[in-house]
Design a protein around this ligand. Structure first.
Ligand code: CTP
Length: 205
């Protein structure tokens, strides 16, 4: 199979040096890419900023912002059999990026934020025969919200997880399928979860 995976955070720059981001490390997405090539699949990994080493045999495309990621995913997904969106994409970006560093001249600094493209929803609208896996990072009403996202974004599976897995090697997550079957996984390594996801793709593909 030809599998496209996204990983990590995105940086939405405010000025020359500051950005809006989140602590996603990229570990989950990198493990998925490694698991894909280990099973003999082709994998394109579209990665936000991270300190992780690019995995062997994976085609890696490095991006910074949500818009960059959107552009690369839109190109790569056309030839894909499956897309796994593990990246924690920023939902908003500053409307304007200051060229220089903002000086602390005023007491209040207002930033106007605008929505970034929802990459997964766009792919979901043009899904064809592709298998789509999304991630849902939820704090309240987790399961209900994740199921809603799964249907709204036209996914085959959604992996529900919590912010405490950010940067860790282990994750507690639920894999929810389109028919709303739920598999709960308590504190398993991201490596094992990655293998499970690739197996799900193989079964459907
Ligand atoms: N996602 C995306 N593009 C965005 C935001 C999110 O493709 N601009 C993808 C993520 O990679 C993830 C899924 O959508 O696979 C769900 O992300 P999440 O942040 O949990 O949900 P949102 O759709 O952003 O909704 P909300 O933040 O309101 O819960």
């Amino acid at each position: 199979m030809n599998i496209v995976v996204t990983a990590g955070t995105t940086y939405e720059f405010i000025d020359a040096v500051r950005f809006i981001g989140n602590p996603a490390s990229g570990k989950m997405g990198y493990e998925i890419a490694k698991a894909a090539v280990a099973r003999g699949h082709k994998c394109t990994l579209i990665s936000g900023p991270t300190y992780l080493k690019p995995p062997n045999r994976v085609k890696i495309l490095k991006v910074v912002s949500a818009q960059d990621m959107y552009r690369e995913v839109m190109k790569a997904y056309k030839n894909a059999d499956a897309v796994v969106m593990a990246a924690a994409v920023s939902d908003y970006r500053p409307q304007k990026r200051y060229i220089n560093k903002i000086k602390k001249d005023s007491k209040i600094l207002n930033l106007k934020l605008i929505k970034t493209p929802d990459i997964l929803s766009r792919i979901g609208k043009n899904k064809g025969k592709r298998i789509l896996i999304g991630f849902a990072l939820e704090v309240q009403n987790a399961q209900k919200n994740a199921i809603e996202k799964l249907h709204k974004k036209n996914l085959d599976y959604i992996v529900l997880n919590m912010p405490m897995s950010f940067g860790k090697d282990k994750i507690s997550a639920s894999i929810i399928s389109k028919d709303e079957k739920i598999v709960e996984l308590k504190s398993i390594s991201k490596k094992i979860l990655a293998r499970k996801l690739i197996k799900l793709l193989e079964r459907k593909g």
